[in-house]
Ligand binder design. Sequence first.
Ligand SMILES: Nc1nc2c(ncn2[C@@H]2O[C@H](COP(=O)(O)OP(=O)(O)O)[C@@H](O)[C@H]2O)c(=O)[nH]1
Ligand SMILES: [Mg+2]
Length: 203
Amino acid sequence: MNVLNYHKTKFLKSFSQITNIDIQDGFEIAFIGYSNSGKSSVINSLTNQKKLARSSKTPGRTQLINFFEVLPDFRIVDLPGYGYTTAPEFVRKIWEKRIYHYLESRKQLKYLILSMDIRYPLKILDLKIINVLINLKKSVLVLLNKCDKFGIHAQNHQLQVVTKQLLLLSNNFQVQLFSSTKKIGIKKLQLILNRYYNNYLNV
Ligand SMILES: Nc1nc2c(ncn2[C@@H]2O[C@H](COP(=O)(O)OP(=O)(O)O)[C@@H](O)[C@H]2O)c(=O)[nH]1
Ligand SMILES: [Mg+2]
């Protein structure tokens, strides 16, 4: 079993258009979720780097598809957050289309990490994406993010509720708690990514 050093992850390249993506080898895992759900902070926590993925008080600024390299044949991808409420409707639609296009066309994409604020899980655009991912038969790890916003009982309750709801839809989802602020779930996430990588290598 290969154990990876996520701290060595480095920024590779950003793209605004799917058709311009010129990276072919290896495989990738994409992070997806509502703007402001804490997605970029997850990438920073995972890699133990403060500013690798731009986390911002101004949500929606990360409109590009950002590629990071864990190893030459293993990338993580930060997708534009959806549902940025003050962006004009047509801009939001363009982002959504771009994300769907990437999900549907990218052969190197093997797994998804879906970040949801634990206080507002399974919102409308999450459910839309989840449907797309079920149709594409992708394996998805759901992070109930910012779990520090809840006490331990509410955390576990929400974990149960969301896990149950997703199980009704598909067997390809797993759910865990996460908090960048309180450093909860980081090790678990790393272990799951290690397993994904080893699956890819087939070891
Ligand atoms: N309480 C709490 N706040 C967080 C956590 N992660 C991120 N945030 C805050 O949520 C906001 C959005 O975070 P960001 O990572 O930029 O979200 P993104 O838009 O999904 O990439 C920022 O103000 C962060 O400081 C967390 O684990 N707990
Ligand atoms: Mg972000």
